[in-house]
Design a protein around this ligand. Structure first.
Ligand SMILES: *Cc1c(COP(=O)(O)O)cnc(C)c1O
Length: 370
């Protein structure tokens, strides 16, 4: 059994993608070909934002947004410690300091009630709180209704990390479109992935969009050899755009197929494990289907039983960011974020992809329920 099956999907779209790739090879227009602009306009329409900029990865998408907003040394950016390292890493890359805020135990997402505490902690450390990066963890959008109200009150702007959330929605608004700016990733294992690295940035703000276009390619001004600010090489190439154009065609269908898998898991497993909560009005992109065991030895037992049957399962995330060696100099210690630490000790993720068969779902459930 595959944890994520990229082969079935590839076989489905192979002919159409190869035709597009051949046309790029024939034209030899590898960078900024017409596929890139076509993809950006389709993604903006999909997310419901005025602008979409494709870029080289989810990490660069987040970084470009922070750089364009001038985040740097002395600034604090609030975020969750229960995420992939890139969310906080980009803050450090700008010279600013990540300040962690604990999560909600039902959704694994940053807890809006704790933002004010984060702001006070940042100030106590001599930092100026500027921005907030909520993460749409495992595919479920964070609570933007409350986050946007709190951020406004506390004077923070929001960068949505939709690297796992793209395809999800809350109240008819798509993931990627929340806050001032949203970032997503097209790493192959994400719900919408390319055949390499890629990402995208979304905003309704014209001025910020123009700044991000400049930062994306070496801080260019009127052309790329007049450099008006520090930027990076953050483009998406034509071939990845071509792959994404074909994958976008089947994306909504794949999201429905993922939802079918999640519903089947939840109805079987709900009595034995804590299954994911999808609050009313939300639609998850199901980047991961993550459950909670009773404690870490229960998790070890269940993951061992799955492994014995050849069923892969993975722990996202075993070490929260505030306890990672790379963040040792921030001075956090075990016990600082009790909800995150509890989740990290019990969470694990089951095989999740659109092409998981009924028999496979039943097999996973029967091993876990044995
Ligand atoms: C994958 C991911 C990223 C980084 O995306 P890349 O395309 O791998 O650079 C950032 N944040 C979160 C939450 C992610 O899951």
């Amino acid at each position: 059994m595959q944890f994520i099956d990229l082969v079935t999907q590839k076989d489905r779209i192979r002919g159409a993608v190869m035709a597009r790739l051949e046309s790029i090879v024939d034209r030899a227009q590898f960078i900024m070909g017409p596929e890139v602009a076509e993809l950006e306009s389709k993604l903006a329409a999909y997310a419901g934002t005025k602008h979409c900029l494709s870029c080289s990865s989810g990490t660069d998408a987040l970084l470009i947004a922070l750089m364009a907003k001038g985040i740097g040394p002395g600034d604090a950016v609030l975020t969750t410690p229960f995420t992939f390292v890139a969310t906080a890493e980009v803050v450090s890359l700008t010279g600013a300091t990540p300040v962690f805020v604990d999560i909600d135990p039902d959704t694994f997402n940053i807890d809006p009630a704790l933002l004010e505490k984060g702001v006070l902690e940042a100030r106590a450390r001599g930092l100026e709180p500027k921005a907030l990066i909520p993460v749409d963890l495992f595919g479920l959008a964070a609570d933007y209704t409350r986050l946007e109200a709190e951020a406004l009150r506390l004077g923070l702007w929001i960068l949505e990390d939709a690297c796992q959330g793209f395809g999800g929605a809350q109240g008819g608004k798509k993931a990627g479109s929340f806050g001032l700016v949203g970032a997503t990733s097209f790493f192959p294992a994400k719900p919408l992935g390319c055949w390499g690295d890629g990402g995208a940035i979304f905003t309704d703000n014209d001025e910020l969009a123009a700044l991000m276009v400049s930062v994306r390619v070496h801080g260019g001004g009127v052309d790329k050899y007049s450099n008006v600010r520090i930027g990076l090489n953050g483009r998406l190439d034509s071939m990845q755009a071509a792959v994404l154009l074909e994958k976008l065609e089947i994306f909504d269908e794949e999201l429905m197929l993922r939802d079918r898998v999640a519903k089947a898991y939840s109805s079987s497993l709900g009595g034995r494990l804590k299954v994911p909560v999808v609050p009313d009005g939300y639609r998850s992109a199901w980047a991961q289907y993550s459950v909670l065991a009773r404690d870490s030895s229960d998790r070890e037992k269940l993951m061992g039983a799955l492994q014995k049957e050849g069923i892969p399962s993975v722990i996202y995330y075993k070490i929260p960011l505030h306890l990672q060696e790379a963040y040792g100099d921030l001075g956090y210690k075990a016990g600082d974020f009790p909800v995150t630490e509890d989740m990290a000790s019990r969470v694990f993720s089951l095989p999740m992809h659109p092409y998981l068969k009924e028999e496979e779902i039943e097999q996973v459930c029967s091993v876990l329920l044995a």
